[in-house]
Structures are given as structure tokens and as C-alpha cells.
Design a binder for this molecule. Structure first.
Ligand code: DAH
Length: 350
């Protein structure tokens, strides 16, 4: 009788384990039949009841019933689990591993020109300049007239211009896409009194034949400082500091005369080539110098036009192209890369 008891207990344990591990309703049914069916293992054990002593039969019979009920109970529970939520079966197969690392979203980055503009502005902001922006569609007056470039003046040849159709422009006031950021000098001075210290980044447009160093749309950064007693020494000191901050602390600068109608005197500033340290190489075209900006002392006529007394106030102005700065700094040989939208290029500027 003890043997039968052990058989029953083993059978219950095995049946329950198998029920729990059955993968779907079909497997569960097979397990049920295997243990409780007409030819199942429980029936086989029960067949041996008559061989027991009469007084043992009720005990074993009762145990057999308990085992049967316990197994049936598990079968019912397991079946309910399979049937109640159809998704369970899918979930059981299709498990999600929540510990897997996620997919990183592709992060963008700032355009190399934007990065350079921010660095340039940052250097001037630290020297007390304020950053301002202005309109890209401009009146002829601000882009030329007020900057000492009257109509018919040959200096206009320096800036090939996109004109706005006079039909959409206002009568008698020609309108254009600004060819430089210098018109903002006028707009700012018209609206404020000295001292003025501003830096103006922005887009400019020129009617140009596009090549490796010219595009019809490009950026400029303009600077202007006006106050009492501002001299050419202030211009040199400020721009030299800027050059060292951007290109390295032992950069030398060179100023040479140049002509811009709105400054007097006008200069262009070069830095000694940071690649060959002035010895001459491909980058500086064997000259040892790289030209990076135009500058000068604000012309008295320009000051007078905005109502500043040229006898009392003086100032300096400068303008530079961040694309040129970036090309020099990173050795980029064609300006068209910047807006070519090629990720292989853009990804090199993290
Ligand atoms: N606006 C000039 C250009 O586009 C650059 C320039 C030269 C700006 C001298 C200035 C300046 O403010 O003083 O060619």
C-alpha cells in the first residue's frame, strides 16, 4: 500500500510540472489525457486497488481522488490562462527583453558655420560687445547710400546685387538683398547714442558666379564700436585679441591699407599662417599671411549722417566672412561644401 501511495504522489508532482510547462492549449490537453484519461496513468494505478487489503482501500481511494482533483484544478487554471487573454500566448512567445539597451535617436549637430559664428560672437561678447541681427531684405539707402556709396558711384562695383522687383518695392525706394552686414551699422547708430559696441552676424547675398570661393548666399559678421576717443589703436588691439582667441595665442596680425567707402582709413587684416607659422605653404599661397577681415575707422560722413558729431565721436568697424574663417581653420578647399548637404562633410564637425 505504501508503494501505491508513493506512486500517486509522484504522479501528482509530475502531472503538475507538465501542466505548468505546457506551451499551449493542445499540449495541455495531451497532458490531461496522459494522466487522467481512460487509459491514463491514474486509471492504471486505480486498477491495482483490488489487490490491496480491504481496510487500506478507502485511504488509497481517497488519496487517488485528491490527486485527481488537484490535477484537474491545475488543468482548469492553466487552460483559463491560455484562453482568457489571447495576447498571453503571443506574449509568451514574443517576449520583450526590457534590459536590452535602447536604440539611440540620431542627434543632430550645429552646422560648422553656425559653430564658427557662435565662437566669433563669443569672443566679442567677452570684450563687451552686444549681439544684434537685422533684415536680409534691405533698402538701397542702408546698403549703399548711407555707407557713402551713392548711386552711380564706381564703388558699387564691389558688390554685385540682387535687386527686388521695383513693382513690389516702394515707390522711389529701391530694395535689394543686402550684400553685406554693414547696413546694420547705420540702423544701429540711428537708434542709439554712443557708446556703441555691437557685433552683427547674418546672411548676405551677391549676384556672383559660384566657384570654390564664392557663393551667392553667405554669412558675414559685422562689428562696430563708437565712442569718444576711439582710435586706430583700439581697432588694432581689439582685432588682434580676437585673432589670438580664435587662431592661437601666438598669432601675429598685419594691417594693410584697403578701400571701403564707409571707413577712413580702411584696412584689411591678415594673420600669420598658422599652418607654416609664416614660412610659406599651400594654405597661405606661399605668402606666410592669411587675409581674414576688412576694417577701418568709421568715416566722418557716415557718423554725421546718423547725427553723431564727428568732432566728438569716432569709431571703428570691421566685417568678416565666417565661411572663410572656417575654410582656413579646417583646411576646407571649396566653399560649396558648406551648403552641399553632404553628411560625410557635415559629420566632421561634432
Ligand atoms: N562690408 C564689407 C564687405 O562686405 C566688409 C567690411 C569692410 C566691413 C570694412 C566693415 C569695414 O565694417 O569696416 O566687403
Amino acid at each position: 500500500m505504501n508503494e501505491l501511495r508513493r506512486d500517486l504522489e509522484n504522479l501528482q508532482a509530475q502531472a503538475i510540472a507538465q501542466i505548468q510547462s505546457s506551451a499551449d492549449a493542445t499540449q495541455l490537453e495531451q497532458t490531461r489525457v496522459q494522466f487522467l484519461g481512460r487509459k491514463g496513468r491514474l486509471t492504471t494505478i486505480l486498477r491495482q486497488l483490488p489487490t490491496l487489503a480491504a481496510e487500506d482501500r478507502p485511504t488509497i481511494g481517497a488519496l487517488a481522488n485528491q490527486v485527481k482533483e488537484a490535477i484537474e484544478e491545475r488543468v482548469v487554471a492553466r487552460r483559463a490562462a491560455f484562453e482568457s487573454v489571447p495576447g498571453d500566448e503571443i506574449l509568451a512567445k514574443d517576449q520583450i527583453d526590457v534590459t536590452l539597451p535602447g536604440r539611440r535617436p540620431g542627434l543632430g549637430r550645429l552646422h560648422p558655420i553656425t559653430q564658427i559664428i557662435r565662437r566669433i560672437c563669443g569672443v566679442f561678447v567677452e570684450m563687451g560687445f552686444a549681439v544684434m541681427e537685422g533684415p536680409e531684405v534691405e533698402w538701397d539707402y542702408y546698403n549703399f547710400e548711407a555707407l557713402n556709396i551713392p548711386e552711380e558711384h564706381p564703388a558699387r562695383d564691389m558688390w554685385d546685387t540682387f535687386w527686388i522687383d521695383p513693382a513690389t518695392s516702394q515707390a522711389g525706394k529701391p530694395m535689394l538683398l543686402r550684400t553685406h552686414t554693414s547696413p546694420m551699422q547705420i540702423r544701429i547708430m540711428e537708434q542709439t547714442r554712443p557708446p556703441v559696441r555691437v557685433i552683427v552676424p547674418g546672411k548676405c547675398y551677391r549676384y556672383e558666379a559660384v566657384d570654390a570661393s564664392h557663393e551667392s548666399q553667405f554669412d558675414q559678421v559685422e562689428g562696430l564700436a563708437v565712442d569718444e576717443q576711439i582710435t586706430f589703436a583700439d581697432l588694432k588691439g581689439t582685432l588682434h585679441t580676437f585673432a589670438r582667441r580664435l587662431f592661437g595665442k601666438d598669432r601675429k596680425v598685419r594691417f594693410r591699407c584697403d578701400y571701403f567707402p564707409f571707413v577712413e582709413p580702411g584696412v584689411d587684416m591678415s594673420i600669420d599662417c598658422f599652418l607654416c607659422k609664416g614660412g610659406g605653404c599651400r594654405l597661405c599661397k606661399e605668402t606666410g599671411w592669411l587675409e581674414i577681415l576688412g576694417a577701418g575707422m568709421v568715416h566722418p560722413g557716415v557718423l554725421a549722417r546718423v547725427g553723431y558729431d564727428p568732432a566728438r565721436y569716432s569709431g571703428f568697424a570691421f566685417g568678416l566672412g565666417p565661411a572663410r574663417v572656417a575654410m582656413l581653420k579646417y583646411g576646407i578647399e571649396d566653399i560649396r561644401f558648406f551648403h552641399g548637404n553632404d553628411l560625410r562633410f557635415l559629420r566632421q564637425f561634432p
